[in-house]
Write a protein that binds this ligand. Structure first.
Ligand code: 5AD
Ligand code: SF4
Length: 441
């Protein structure tokens, strides 16, 4: 009797890769592979990769190195790389890594099954990394596997046209392509029938949804339509570009009762000279104005952000402007990154004379400031009773349930599993770094 074939999948990076990995699972299952949680005995190993910073890329090569002895022990093992590193490196990756069989780019998952068969039957190593055009966009938004979860991602737009000077995303994910709104709505309704209660609309830049497609509705209009879907409790979206945050979209936070009071609005830097060099398309003043408008229509909204420290040419005064902006905005949370030069981007050509130790110093100071601000939010929330959408059993195995507030903050509390999928009032009793402890109110 033939043994069931097994596959091991590791996913790096952002929400787009999470959605793609789901598709990879579907493809492997159709070819009779079952998912296992260790690479040691797998027949197929897939890495779905990220290249946003040099460290992420190095991690992929590090992981691949670990699979080399496995391949020596079992030459029938198939090793595949998908995602952004695959797209960036292409065929070169096969040359660099003799034990690698498949390189499948970000627009090529529809070819993955065929590539697997080619390796299985002919031991033919292959790389596919060509971009699709808008006419083939169906392939970029394939049908999803059914879900048994409370909250799900739904892709609305792929790619990015912004070419911020530091960013490799437009180079590895291609141009913006929006998904037809009718398809998005259909998927949301299908998810409701499966028991999903919260959806997060995802894309590199959801705010420019529909902009290129002359006949498509705006992102705000899409949100209004989704808000009307019966059974849905909550809507989130990410990521938003500040320059495309329209008044119409801002107004949604005051109008749509299902839209969570949270927006991730990456600022990247607080000094106009740096924003210009990054080609972000907004000034510090314009950004602050959008934050003010958001808070006007929705006083309780909480904002999170991404910040890059040590962009080429960032002076001490520029950095202080970013610190000052953090104090003004009072983000609920920020994700701070040390600038990393990426091949093929415009910023990679800029001279960079800030010493690494100085960048690290700035980075540490920023972390300390934000920790204080974030801590203040968390402490002042203790004692409040907040609606929590219950997502499942707590991951710490404590027998508790966990869910999230409208601000996307995790709350653990005691309760019956029958509450999963429902919004319940929870009193926050204690704040930890990554979650609150609560009790049913
Ligand atoms: N170096 C450092 N951080 C980067 N990001 C994107 N590109 C780079 C880079 N080259 C950060 C940005 C973005 C987040 C996803 O990653 O802050 O918003
Ligand atoms: Fe990168 Fe800028 Fe596009 Fe975001 S908007 S993915 S930072 S190029």
């Amino acid at each position: 009797m033939s043994r069931m074939k097994t596959f091991y999948l590791e996913t790096f990076g952002c929400q787009m890769n999470v959605v793609d990995s789901e598709q990879i699972v579907g493809i492997a299952r159709q070819l009779d592979y079952v998912l296992v949680d260790s690479p040691d005995r797998a027949d197929l190993i897939v890495l779905n990769t990220c290249t946003i910073r040099a460290r992420a890329e190095r991690k992929v090569y590090g992981h691949l190195g670990r699979f080399k002895p496995l391949k020596q022990q079992r030459p029938s093992l198939i090793v595949a790389v998908c995602g952004c590193v695959a797209q960036q490196e292409g065929r070169r990756m096969l040359e660099k890594t003799p034990h690698l069989d498949i390189v499948c780019g970000t627009h090529n998952l529809h070819l993955f099954a065929d590539m697997l068969r080619r390796v299985q039957t002919r031991r033919e190593r292959c790389a596919e990394v060509s971009f699709l055009d808008a006419g083939q966009r169906r392939r970029l938004f394939p049908e999803r596997l059914p879900s048994d979860e409370v909250t799900r991602f739904v892709t609305v737009i792929q790619g990015c046209d912004n070419f911020c000077t530091y960013c490799i995303v437009p180079h590895v994910r291609g141009r913006e392509v929006s998904r037809p709104s009718a398809e998005v709505l259909e998927e949301v309704r299908a998810l409701m029938r499966q028991g999903v209660r919260e959806i997060t609309l995802v894309g590199q830049n959801v705010n420019s949804y529909g902009c290129k497609e002359g006949d498509e509705i705006s992102f705000a209009a899409l949100l209004r339509q989704i808000n009307a879907v019966e059974g849905l409790e909550r809507i989130r979206f990410m990521t938003s570009h500040p320059k495309d945050l329209s008044d119409e979209l801002v107004a949604c936070f005051g109008e749509l009762e299902k839209l969570c009071k949270h927006i991730h609005l990456p600022v990247q830097a607080g000094a106009n000279s740096v924003l210009r060099a990054m080609r972000r398309g907004y000034s510090r003043e314009q950004y602050l104005d959008r934050i003010a408008r958001l808070r006007q229509v929705c006083p309780e909204i909480r904002v999170t952000s991404d910040v890059i420290v040590g962009f080429p040419g960032e002076t001490g005064a520029d950095f202080e402007q970013t610190m000052d902006l953090l104090r003004q905005v009072r983000y609920a949370e920020i994700y701070t990154f040390l600038y990393s030069a990426r091949p093929g981007t415009a910023a990679a050509e800029l001279p960079d004379d800030t010493p690494a130790t100085l960048k690290q110093e700035r980075f540490d100071r920023m972390l300390a400031l934000q920790e204080e601000i974030t801590g203040n939010y968390h402490e002042s929330d203790v004692g409040r009773v907040l609606p929590v959408l219950v997502e499942g059993s707590s991951r710490q195995g404590s027998g508790q349930l966990f869910g999230r507030t409208t601000w996307n903050r995790i709350v653990n509390f005691d309760g019956d599993a029958a509450l999963i999928g429902h919004v319940v009032p929870v009193r926050l009793v204690r704040a930890f770094r990554n979650s609150h402890l609560g009790e049913l109110a």
